[in-house]
Design a protein around this ligand. Structure first.
Ligand code: GAL
Length: 385
C-alpha cells in the first residue's frame, strides 16, 4: 500500500474511532487500524502451522497490526488437536485475552470454546474458517471460499472441458473443504458436466478428503487413485485439488508415478506451488493474499477491544482484496442455517502467465524461489524473465 493511501486510511480510521483514541499511546499501523490498544490483549488460537502461509503471513501480519495499534498479541498452536485447541482457548482467556481469534481445527468441536468466550463476554473472530455460531458474538473474517472454488474449477474446466477428473478435498472438519469449495466447483459447472457425462470422476465420487490437509496423505491417496485408474485403463485428464498442500501431494504422486502433469488446481500461493505453476506441474493457484487477512483481523480485534460492536467494525485493506460488500460486516448465511457477521475478502486466481502479480505484491515467496528451474519452454518463462 502506498504511504498516501495508508495516510488516508489512517485518517478514516481515526474518524471512525472518534473518542476512543489510544490510552496506551500506540501508533496506528501502516494499514490504518487505528490506535487505542492500551490493554488490549488479543488471544489467537491456531489449529496448525503445517501450511507455510500461517507462519509466513497470517501470524506476523496480525501480530504487527495489533502491536502497532498498542495492543498485545498472545497465541497458541493446537497442532491439529481438537482437545488441545479447547484448552488453548482456556489458557488464552486466563492470560487475559479481551478478544479471541480462532482458526478452528473443526467447526463444531470448537463450539465449547465459543460458549466460554461468550460467558466471559469476549468477542470472537472466526479466522479464515467458519464456526457455526448461534450466539451472535462471532465475526467471520475470511476470503470468499465459494469464489475460490469457482475460480479453481473455471480455470480447469476451461482447459479440460471433458474427461476424467479426480477431486482432492481437504479436511472434512473445515467447512471450506466440505462445503464452500465444492459449491464453488458446482457453480463453475462441475455438477452439470458430471450429470451430462462430459466429466467422469475417477476415485471417490464425492471426492477424497485429506485429514489435516496433509501433503503426504494427499500423495498417498493420489498414488492409489493413479494405480486404480491404470488398472482400469482410465486416463486422468485433470485434478481439482482444493488447496496447495493437497495439490503438492498430487504433483508428487504424478511425479513418483511418472504420469506427466494434467492440469491441477490449488489455492494459497504456497512457494512450492507457485514454483510448480511456473514449471507446469500445477495449472492454477487461487492466491489469497493472507497478509491482508492477518491485517484485517488485527484491525478488527483492536476495534472490538475498544468496545465496538461487531457491526461497527470497519477494516482497511489493500483494494486488490477488499470485500466486494464493503469494509463493514455483512450477514453471511452458514450451511448450518445460522447467520454470522462477515468480512469476505477477494481472492486472485493465477496461472503461470500472471505470476507477476505476486512478485509486485512482495509476497513471501521470492521470485528466485518461484522461478527455480524455469527454462524457455516452461509456462512461467515470460513471467520469470
Ligand atoms: C483452509 C484454508 C486454505 C488452506 C487450508 C489449509 O481452511 O481456506 O486456504 O490454507 O485451510 O490449512
Amino acid at each position: 500500500m502506498s504511504r498516501a493511501r495508508a495516510a488516508v486510511g489512517m485518517a478514516a480510521a481515526m474518524i471512525i474511532l472518534g473518542a476512543c483514541s489510544s490510552p496506551g499511546g500506540g501508533s496506528a499501523s501502516a494499514s490504518g487500524s487505528g490506535g487505542g490498544g492500551g490493554n488490549c490483549v488479543v488471544g489467537v488460537s491456531w489449529n496448525n502451522f503445517q501450511q507455510p502461509r500461517w507462519g509466513a503471513t497470517d501470524k506476523p501480519k496480525m501480530k504487527q497490526t495489533i502491536e502497532a495499534g498498542g495492543g498485545t498479541f498472545i497465541d497458541a498452536d493446537a497442532n491439529l488437536d481438537n482437545q488441545r485447541q479447547l484448552s488453548d482457548v482456556d489458557s488464552l482467556i486466563q492470560r487475559g485475552a479481551k478478544v479471541l481469534v480462532l482458526l478452528a481445527q473443526d467447526n463444531k468441536a470448537i463450539l465449547p470454546a465459543l460458549q466460554k468466550a461468550k460467558d466471559a463476554g469476549i468477542p470472537v473472530i472466526a479466522y479464515d474458517r467458519l464456526i457455526e455460531d448461534t450466539s451472535g458474538s462471532v465475526l467471520y473474517i475470511t476470503f470468499d471460499n465459494v469464489g475460490v472454488g469457482k475460480a479453481e474449477a473455471e480455470a480447469i474446466l476451461q482447459k479440460v472441458p471433458k474427461g476424467h477428473y479426480v477431486l482432492m478435498k481437504g479436511d472434512p472438519g473445515d467447512a471450506n473443504a466440505s462445503t464452500f469449495l465444492p459449491s464453488g466447483w458446482d457453480q463453475a459447472g462441475l455438477k452439470d458436466k458430471i450429470a451430462s457425462g462430459d466429466i467422469q470422476i475417477v476415485g471417490p465420487k464425492e471426492g477424497q478428503f485429506t485429514p489435516g490437509w496433509d501433503t503426504q496423505k494427499a500423495q498417498n491417496e493420489m498414488e492409489a487413485i493413479i494405480d486404480a485408474a491404470n488398472a482400469s485403463n482410465t486416463k486422468i485428464d485433470a485434478v481439482l485439488a482444493e488447496n496447495d498442500s493437497t495439490a503438492l501431494g498430487v504433483a508428487q504422486a504424478l511425479e513418483s508415478k511418472n504420469y506427466g502433469f494434467p492440469p491441477v488446481s490449488g489455492q494459497d500461493g504456497d512457494p512450492a506451488n507457485l514454483n510448480n505453476l511456473a514449471l507446469g506441474k500445477q495449472y492454477v493457484d487461487v492466491w489469497k493474499n493472507s497478509n491482508q487477512l492477518g491485517i484485517a483481523a488485527g484491525q478488527a480485534a483492536l476495534q472490538l477491544c475498544q468496545g465496538k460492536k461487531i457491526n461497527e467494525v470497519s477494516i482497511n485493506v489493500d483494494p486488490s482484496v477488499a470485500p466486494a460488500a464493503g469494509n463493514s460486516p455483512t450477514d453471511f448465511k452458514t450451511p448450518g442455517g445460522n447467520t454470522v457477521k462477515s468480512l469476505i475478502l477477494k481472492p486472485t486466481p493465477l496461472t503461470a502467465d500472471q505470476l507477476g502479480k505476486v512478485f509486485a505484491a512482495g509476497w513471501y515467496a521470492s521470485k528466485d524461489q518461484i522461478c527455480k528451474g524455469v527454462d524457455s519452454s516452461s509456462p512461467g518463462a515470460a513471467a520469470c524473465k
